[in-house]
Design a protein around this ligand. Structure first.
Ligand code: C2E
Ligand code: CA
Ligand code: CA
Length: 395
């Protein structure tokens, strides 16, 4: 088992090295209590431990031990004047007869990387494809890094229409990447890697500026009115630069603050919402609208809904897809709309692909929608053509 502390540098930076040492020895003690006779534990780097066990023979036992280790470390650590929540990511590799110690360690290290990628504070087991997945993920991140600032990233715009009369409400800005060898890559394939590597802050800022620039040209063409919806990831929202960036862009732009809506996914809001709520409130203070994206996929935030200063819910595509055919999905859409109505929130449906879905949403009282039925995301030039083809603006 290759064990790496999550974000340990921040502990040293925030509390000093004596506190860091205290955290390391506490974790070492906790790991040791979970060892069995004959197991070996060592510290192999600043914040890395390795455990070698010859006692475990099956996958279920490995899972149980790894679970216990992750859980034991995650207990708060008292450093006197503060309590620290330190977590670890663990990579597990099992030895067949032919593997060298070095190769085994490398495998556990690859698995650890995947545990980090999957969100830290967890363990992952090495399998036949782990190395390849990790290497292509690292390549993706390297390509992202070298693509920053070179014009490889673009914003495409997807129209959002009011269901009652098909009037244009605004555009959602969606990232696209002109990868030098892979061609056009949709956001779904690189935003997560940008987020996990931290590159999302720089990339996201670049994209936000681009989106504002494009909206300026749209406002030139048709005047103020259409809203700009941008996606912000958790790390972007927590970054130091985000509030200045958005208020600067608003100052320079033809858009009024209420024409801007920042979307944040429901899942990003679930963990530790406190710091995020503060950020969202500051954005709200700027006059910006806020939306919960992919609503319905996070389950827990129904109960927290009132603590987020949001005005818009975007119903996730997966529920819209099941409208009228899947009973559960239909019930969820229905109850989200009922909930939104009672909390006086606006609802946007995502991923509307059929006329039947459009009609049901309209009947259920949904305000607006986007999806392939109306238009796919498109580059700016096409969006300008789309507008000039006679789309009516929502009033
Ligand atoms: P999202 O915000 O939920 O965006 C909607 C996704 O659904 C987009 O995928 C869009 O192209 C796709 N879509 C729209 N209509 C339909 C439809 O009718 N059917 C189907 N099957 N798909 C539809 P895309 O562009 O790949 O974006 C994926 C996700 O990446 C977005 O999900 C958003 O969470 C994130 N993202 C996109 N651009 C940015 C960005 O600039 N910054 C950040 N932080 N995240 C972004
Ligand atoms: Ca979105
Ligand atoms: Ca969404």
């Amino acid at each position: 088992m290759f064990i790496d502390l999550d974000g340990f540098k921040e502990v040293n930076d925030a509390y000093g090295h004596a506190a860091g040492d205290r955290v390391l020895t506490t974790i070492a003690d906790r790991l040791r209590t979970l060892l069995r006779e004959g197991d070996l534990v060592g510290r192999v780097g600043g914040d890395e431990f390795v455990i070698v066990s010859t006692q475990i023979s099956d996958a279920a036992a490995v899972a149980a031990v790894a679970d216990r280790m992750v859980g034991a470390v995650a207990q708060p650590i008292d450093i006197g004047h503060a309590s620290i929540d330190q977590t670890v990511s663990i990579g597990v590799a099992t030895a067949e007869t032919s593997v060298t110690a070095e190769a085994l360690l490398a495998r556990a290290d690859f698995a650890m990387y995947e545990a980090k990628q999957a969100g830290r504070n967890r363990w992952a087991v090495y399998d036949d494809n782990t190395r390849q997945r990790v290497e292509s993920n690292r390549q993706l991140i390297a390509d992202l890094r070298s693509g920053l600032g070179t014009g490889q990233f673009e914003i495409w715009l997807q129209p959002e229409l009011r269901l009652a009369d098909d009037a244009l409400v605004g555009f959602e800005a969606l990232a696209r990447w002109h990868h030098p060898t892979r061609g056009l890559v949709p956001a779904a394939e690189f935003i997560e890697a940008a987020e996990s590597s931290g590159l999302i802050v720089e990339l996201g800022n670049e994209l936000v500026r681009t989106a504002f620039g494009q909206m300026a040209l749209i406002v030139d063409a048709i005047g103020r009115g259409p809203r700009l919806r941008i996606n912000l990831s958790r790390r972007q929202l927590l970054s130091d630069s985000i509030l200045d960036l958005i208020s600067d862009e608003l100052d320079r732009s033809a858009l009024a603050p209420e024409d801007l809506c920042c979307e944040i996914t429901e899942t990003a809001l679930i963990d530790d919402p406190d710091g995020l709520v503060q950020r969202l409130e500051r954005l709200r203070d700027l006059g910006v609208e806020l939306a919960i994206d992919d609503f319905g996929t996070g389950y827990s935030s129904l109960t927290h809904l009132h603590v987020f200063p949001v005005g818009v819910l975007k119903i996730d595509r997966s529920f819209v897809a099941g409208l009228g055919t899947d009973h559960e999905a239909t019930m969820i859409v229905r109850s989200v709309l009922g909930l939104a109505k009672s909390l006086d929130l606006e609802v946007v449906a995502e991923g509307v692909e059929t006329e039947a879905q459009r009609q049901m949403l309209l009947d259920l009282g949904c305000d607006s929608a986007q999806g392939y039925l109306f238009a796919k995301p498109m580059p700016l030039a096409e969006a300008l053509t789309y507008i000039s083809s006679g789309v009516v603006q929502a009033s």
